[in-house]
Design a protein around this ligand. Structure first.
Ligand code: ZN
Length: 89
């Protein structure tokens, strides 16, 4: 899944097909296809690996001294699955 990280307010928001914004209102975005997102504002897009997230949630009880790791990364600028657009909502 893709998450919007606002560089102004540090809010992290899960991107959906409906436009969603951060707490300060400067960044927002949405999925425009099942793989491509469109974002606006001072933000970066994070990828969160669904497999390690699902595994981490389902095996949480097996890790009493520290949660299981989950893979996430910052999607590089210019990646074709992230479109940057200017303008308001
Ligand atoms: Zn913000």
């Amino acid at each position: 899944m893709k998450l919007l990280l606002c560089c102004e307010c540090q809010d992290v928001t899960k991107l959906l097909s409906q436009d969603r914004g951060c707490r300060c209102g400067k960044s927002h975005g949405k999925y425009v296809t099942d793989k491509v997102v469109e974002v606006t504002g001072p933000c970066e897009v994070l990828g969160l690996d669904n497999n390690t997230l699902d595994h981490g949630v389902t095996t949480l009880d097996q890790h009493p001294h520290g949660g299981p790791p989950v893979l996430a990364w910052v999607i590089p600028r210019g990646n074709p699955r992230v479109r940057r657009v200017s303008g308001g909502r």
